[in-house]
Write a protein that binds this ligand. Structure first.
Ligand code: NAG
Ligand code: NAG
Length: 203
C-alpha cells in the first residue's frame, strides 16, 4: 500500500479550505475513489474544528461518494482508546467497511495527550498494537505525526515539545512498514513560514 504519501495527504489537506497553500506535490491518481473509505483515529487535533479531520471529511473528500468516519476524540490517548472500548468499536467499524467491499484507509495520530503522562515508548507500543489490529480486520493504516502546537519562541520558531513523540511515530511506521504522514514537520514548517499572527488566526 503506497498510494498514501505525506505529499498526498498534505495536498488533500491544502484543498480542504484550510490556509495551507497548494503545494507542488505530485497528484496521486485514485486516492479518493468510491471503493475506498476513510476512518480517522486520534485526538482533538483530528477531531475538532481546529483539527484537520472535519475539513478532510467534508471538503477534501466528496462525502456523497466517499465514506469518511471521524472517530477521533478530544483528549484521546492511545491508552484511553483501549480502555474506553473505542478501540474495539473502531475495529468493528473498520472490519465492516472492509467486508462491504471498501478499502478502509485508517489514519492514526496521537501524541498531544499521551505526552502528558507517559514516555514516547509507551505510545509507540500502543501504536504498534493499533496498526497490527487495523490490518488484521482489513484496514490500511496510515500513521501521522502530531500536528504542531502554535507556541512560538521570541525568534519566531516553534517551541516544540512533541519532537520525541513524532520520532516515536516515525519509528513505529518504519518498523511496521506503515505509510507515514509527517504532519509534525510539515505543520512546523508551515506555521513558521506564516508566523504567529497568521498561525493564531487558524483558531
Ligand atoms: C460528488 O459526487 C457526486 C456523485 O458522483 C457528484 O454529482 C458531485 O458533483 C460531486 N461533487 C463534487 C464537489 O465533486
Ligand atoms: C498504552 O496502553 C497501555 C495499556 O492499555 C496503558 O497502560 C498506557 O498508559 C498507554 N500509554 C499511553 C501513552 O496512553
Amino acid at each position: 500500500m503506497r498510494f498514501t504519501t505525506a505529499a498526498t495527504v498534505l495536498a488533500l489537506l491544502s484543498a480542504s479550505g484550510s490556509a495551507l497553500t497548494a503545494p507542488p506535490w505530485p497528484d496521486v491518481p485514485g486516492f479518493a475513489r468510491p471503493d475506498r473509505s476513510f476512518v480517522l483515529l486520534g485526538d482533538s487535533t483530528t477531531k475538532c474544528d481546529g483539527g484537520w479531520g472535519p475539513g478532510f471529511c467534508s471538503s477534501t473528500l466528496n462525502i456523497t461518494t466517499i465514506t469518511c468516519i471521524n472517530l477521533a476524540v478530544s483528549g484521546g490517548t492511545t491508552g484511553w482508546f483501549f480502555e474506553s472500548g473505542l478501540f474495539k468499536t473502531s475495529l468493528a467499524v473498520i472490519g465492516a467497511e472492509a467486508s462491504s467491499g471498501h478499502r478502509p484507509v485508517v489514519t492514526i495520530q496521537y501524541g498531544h495527550n499521551d505526552q502528558k503522562f507517559a514516555p514516547p515508548e509507551s505510545m509507540g507500543r500502543n501504536l504498534t498494537t493499533i496498526v497490527k489490529s487495523v490490518r488484521a480486520v482489513g484496514g490500511e493504516p496510515v500513521l501521522l505525526t502530531s500536528l504542531t502546537r502554535r507556541n512560538f519562541k521570541s525568534d519566531g520558531t516553534i517551541d516544540d515539545a512533541l519532537a520525541d513523540w513524532a520520532a516515536e511515530t516515525i519509528k513505529v511506521a518504519k518498523a511496521n512498514k506503515v505509510a507515514l504522514v509527517d504532519l509534525h514537520a510539515a505543520s512546523i514548517a508551515y506555521t513558521e513560514a506564516i508566523g504567529p499572527d497568521a498561525s493564531h488566526r487558524l483558531n
